[in-house]
Ligand binder design. Structure first.
Ligand code: AMP
Ligand code: TRP
Length: 332
């Protein structure tokens, strides 16, 4: 690996949804040709919130399948399963010793999860951003394709990288050990929830559409999006279910449909059932090729062999970084 490096990961919490796809995977697809990319299934992050050990392996597999179905090409990027590369946790521990607890306690993501799972506030949850920093820094990645919600975590990563570079300077060369990674933004860096409140996410039932949903399921999910009487007129709302429907048309580049329904909205004659029908078709049109590819991969591709090969390459790079870090920190 000698080009600029890219790293990103998605938690192994099941199949990917449109938020993951437009916010993160589209960015990965754009970068895989130009850079040395590692795209991970971060199963160690997935176990910081309540989960079922019986389905975790299948969840990991589902993310890999969705990655490949979406177009990540194992010939052009490395696919990593985080827990198969133990260097992640070792580096995370080392980095945790140079970062204040108070800063972690203040992060909005930690506070949100604490409120969501008050009986599951574990050390791993607090440690989450340090492990994420280690993920990125293990590969010395400079670009990270992720959604807007991950910006606070990237800021932590930059702080840790800066602090490490300051505390443990390279002798002589003047070269820093770690770059400060930047977020690679996709055009849809924030996909709103179908409930009309907050972002689309796996942990909110009724908020998402999976990449593997068939047309009937997509229609059913959209049918539940809250709307209004259709006779309000004025500007298209910026929040709520109606805003979500319009945003999804925009994200799918359906300009004609967007303009048509925006006019209907202003003219107080919008028919949401018809809009939802057309939006369902547009979403399915985008997803159908991925679903076909997923079925082909599932029946003919040797996933285990690919993972084995990619893990070996990942570990070679990861162990070099870890060795360098230990040397600089005075460990042997
Ligand atoms: P997660 O499922 O939380 O591990 O998310 C994996 C990736 O998908 C991260 O890069 C997130 O920023 C991105 N992502 C998840 N939900 C959304 C969303 N609603 N809008 C944009 N990006 C998202
Ligand atoms: N925190 C990310 C999320 O919830 C997942 C993640 C873990 C990640 N490690 C990463 C993303 C490293 C990018 C790079 O979506």
């Amino acid at each position: 690996m000698n080009k600029k490096r890219v790293y990103s990961g998605i938690r192994a919490t099941g199949r990917l949804h449109l938020g993951n796809y437009f916010g993160a995977v589209k960015g990965m697809l754009e970068l895989q040709d130009q850079y040395d990319c590692v795209f991970s299934v971060v199963d160690l992050h997935a176990i910081t919130t309540p989960y079922d050990p019986k389905t975790l392996k299948q969840n990991v597999r589902d993310v890999v399948l969705d990655y490949l179905a979406a177009g990540l090409d194992p010939e052009r990027c490395l696919i990593e399963i985080q827990s198969l590369v133990p260097e992640h946790t070792e580096l995370a521990y080392l980095l945790s010793t140079i970062y204040p607890v108070s800063r972690l306690e203040d992060l909005p993501t930690y506070k949100d999860k604490k409120a969501q799972y008050p009986k599951y506030v574990n050390m791993g949850l607090l440690f989450y951003p340090v492990l994420m920093a280690a993920d990125i820094m293990l590969y010395k990645a400079e670009l990270v394709p992720v959604g807007r919600d991950q910006e606070p975590h990237l800021e932590v990563t930059r702080e840790i990288a800066r602090k490490f570079n300051d505390m443990f300077p390279s002798a002589g060369s003047g070269q820093v050990t770690f770059p400060e990674p930047q977020r690679f933004k996709t055009p849809a860096e924030y996909v709103p929830s179908l409930t009309g409140e907050g972002k689309m996410g796996k942990s909110t039932e009724g908020s998402y559409i999976n990449l593997t949903d068939d047309l009937k399921t997509i229609k059913k999910r959209l049918a539940a999006v809250p709307t209004d009487s259709g006779e309000l007129g004025g500007d298209i709302p910026a929040t709520g279910g109606v805003a979500t429907l319009f945003t999804l048309l925009q994200i799918l580049n359906k300009e004609d449909l967007y303009n048509k329904y925006a006019k209907d909205y202003r003219d107080k004659k919008i028919r949401y059932s018809e809009m939802k029908e057309e939006l369902s078709n547009a979403i399915y049109e985008e997803l159908r090729p991925l679903q076909q590819k997923r079925a082909e991969i599932e029946s003919s591709f040797d996933l285990d062999n690919m993972i084995k090969k990619h893990t070996e390459i990942c570990r070679q790079v990861a162990s070099q970084t870890l060795k360098e870090v230990k040397q600089k920190m005075g460990l042997t």
